[in-house]
Write a protein that binds this ligand. Structure first.
Ligand code: HAM
Length: 424
């Protein structure tokens, strides 16, 4: 029986046209973050299992992590997210690095998920993180940068940025409702999972954790509150953080799409302050496109130096769905400038002189490698979306010339080799 030529479940093959789109999207994203002074880093695909067991959160570690024991009996995991690697790397140089640290990366990540719209087992994620600096200003920068990433694709009218604060959640759950730290964590996980698991399972989760009906009613009241009433009912530092962020962003277009949403919890355990998710307003795409927040205690896991950071991950799958839904996919330039046809294999060396000059000038040049009928070579040039075809025949070789045909207009002219330099 022949081997299956399909990719592993939940992964994608990137054929050249897919790769072209992928590269165009990620180079636009990189350009925006580089304009903000962020520098790219990368880390290994494999990390120690313990790195994720520490703070990544139960759902990913227990149900989604790809892990194995290596030949040296070490427990190794395939990275499901980049933040632990970032924290590990920053901790190595935390004292020397100039602050604030602005870093970004474009890793591929692996999670054993049930593949569905917006969720795969392998995805690529733009990670942007800012460590150090005034926390409220840093939070504001990260949110405005996230907004500008979407504006780069002209999609700003189709998103909403939902923000909440882990400090506020802890204050309400623990100080106001009297839940223990473990109950508060479980309730936040139940709320995070609520849209996926449905109301009955959500209520069961709460009662299994010993949340009583009075607490459940107060929880619902909290989830339904607007920001103004929360400011009155639950004055605390976290509310002041959120107020400052709203105020800082008044100067940014991001303010128009910024919404306080007390149901945003985030499934990852390391967040301690601002948490946010960015959603497509189209009902077709109900998965968050970005997820992020502030983490105060991650760097300190690796030594005695603590440094607070804030950042987000933005996945390529949800971004592509977003761009397709709103017809914002960037138009990708044809990759081939010149198709060099071959009328006789003996002319190959002559063609090389032409190819060399064009390549030095920065053009992409595709050479035919057999002297099949010229009509077939033209067909191929059209298929490849080449702009020009260069034809070299017996006369051209004898007179040190070549013919150039522009495929869009059909215009064809003969040039001397010496004119090559002057061509666009
Ligand atoms: P996350 O919410 O797990 O956060 O993922 C961030 C984004 O990655 C999601 O909003 C989604 O776009 C995409 N994503 C996640 N899982 C999948 C999947 N299975 N298939 C397709 N896309 C997916 C984090 O990973 C944090 N480490 C982000 C962060 C950086 N926080 C601070 N700095």
């Amino acid at each position: 029986m022949a081997l299956s030529n399909k990719p592993y479940k939940g992964t994608r093959d990137f054929f050249p046209p897919d790769m072209r789109i992928h590269n165009a999207i990620f180079s636009s994203l990189s350009k925006v973050v580089e304009n903000y002074g962020y520098e790219q880093y990368n880390g290994p695909m494999l990390e120690s299992f313990d790195l994720y067991a520490a703070k990544t959160g139960e759902e990913i570690v227990n149900a989604q992590l790809y892990h194995f024991e290596d030949r040296g009996k070490r427990r190794v995991a395939v990275r499901p997210e980049m933040t632990p690697t970032l924290a590990r790397m920053v901790s190595q140089q935390v004292q020397e690095l100039p602050k604030p640290i602005r870093w970004f990366s474009l890793p591929n990540l692996w999670r054993y998920e049930r593949p569905q719209r917006g969720r795969l087992r392998e995805h690529w994620q733009l990670n942007v993180d800012l460590l150090g600096g005034d926390t409220r200003l840093a939070d504001s920068e990260i949110l405005s940068l996230a907004f500008n990433l979407i504006s780069e694709f002209k999609g700003q009218e189709h998103i909403q940025i939902h923000i909440n604060h882990r400090g506020l959640v802890n204050f309400v759950f623990q100080d106001q409702l009297g839940l223990s730290a473990e109950q508060a964590l479980q309730v936040s996980k139940a709320v995070d999972a609520r849209p996926k698991i449905g109301e009955a399972a959500y209520e069961k989760w709460l009662s299994d954790q010993g949340v009583n009906s009075d607490q459940a009613i107060k929880l619902e009241a909290f989830f339904k509150s607007d920001f103004t009433s929360l400011c009155e009912n639950y004055p605390c530092e976290a509310i002041d953080d959120l107020k400052a962020i709203f105020k800082n962003l008044e100067c940014s277009e991001a303010h128009k799409v910024l919404i306080f949403d007390p149901m945003i919890m985030r499934g990852l355990d390391y967040y301690t302050g601002l948490v946010f998710e960015i959603f497509d307003t189209s009902p077709e795409n109900n998965r968050a496109m970005f997820g992020g927040g502030r983490y105060d205690n991650l760097i300190g896991l690796f030594g005695k130096h603590q440094l607070s950071g804030v950042g987000f991950g933005m996945g390529d799958v949800t971004l592509r769905n977003f761009l397709e839904t709103h017809k914002l996919m960037p138009a990708i330039q044809a990759p081939i400038d010149y198709f060099v046809a071959l009328t006789n294999k003996d002319y190959w060396s002559y063609s090389q002189q032409i190819c060399k000059v064009l390549r030095v000038k920065g053009h992409s040049v595709y050479e035919a490698l057999s002297d099949v009928k010229l009509a077939n070579q033209f067909k191929q040039a059209h298929k490849l979306n080449s702009k020009f075809v260069i034809i070299v025949g017996e006369d051209e070789v004898a007179q040190k010339q070549f013919q150039l045909k522009e495929l869009a207009t059909g215009e064809q002219k003969t040039y001397a080799l010496s004119e090559l330099e002057a061509l666009d």
